[in-house]
Design a protein around this ligand. Structure first.
Ligand SMILES: [Mg+2]
Length: 197
């Protein structure tokens, strides 16, 4: 299977860093758990441009952004042996070097862990889904809506406070952590083996 693995919200806990920078600038005390919508800035009464300024700042220096799960390198390496893993992000191409540096720092290397780093623009939301992958590992609730129209593709929706309103569907499966991602693929591989017998 061709697997597209997202960065923000799946490999990195970017919103934790976002809240820290935002709070410092604005004297607020927001936490990740307060980000309960994809377009949370509408509720917070903040212009979208201000939000992006902070994200761009993080994209240029992600070294302090928390890595979501220390097991990722081991699980991803296994996955990439059985399947084809690509890292697919809406961080735009000018941030490529910073992303590679951060991934390397956490032991995620092109070759053993993933084949390709694909960088796209962040809108329209269904742009990612239109890429040639079978399974998307992503936290974006907007992708759950977009993938509805592409039933052959599967979204493993990485559980985050901003995607709680999405219900599981035939091709939308919520995963709480990387152990559950690992278990999902082990189950699929087992079923494929059984089908071949
Ligand atoms: Mg994401």
């Amino acid at each position: 299977m061709r697997i597209a693995c997202d960065i923000d919200g799946v490999l990195l806990d970017t919103v934790i860093t976002f809240c820290e920078i935002f709070n410092k600038k604005n004297g607020t005390s927001y936490q990740k758990s307060d980000v309960t919508k994809w377009e949370f800035f509408l509720d917070w009464n903040i212009p979208e441009d201000d939000i992006w300024d902070i994200f761009f700042q993080i994209y240029e220096d992600s070294m302090s952004t928390p890595f979501i799960d220390d097991q990722i390198p081991v699980i991803m390496k296994d996955l990439n042996q059985m399947h084809q893993v690509s890292i697919v992000s809406a961080r735009t191409p000018e941030y490529r070097e910073y992303i590679l540096e951060k991934l390397q720092y956490h032991g995620i290397l092109q070759g053993p862990h993933y084949n390709e780093l694909v960088l796209l623009i962040h809108k329209p939301y269904d742009l990612k889904i239109k890429q040639d992958f079978d399974v998307f590992i992503d936290d974006n609730p907007k992708l759950a809506e977009a993938i509805n129209k592409q039933k052959k593709k599967i979204l493993l929706l990485y559980d985050q406070p901003w995607n709680q309103e999405i219900d599981d569907a035939e091709n939308v499966i919520r995963v709480k952590n990387w152990t559950e991602i690992d278990q999902y693929f082990k189950k699929v591989e087992k079923n494929e083996d059984n089908n071949e017998l």
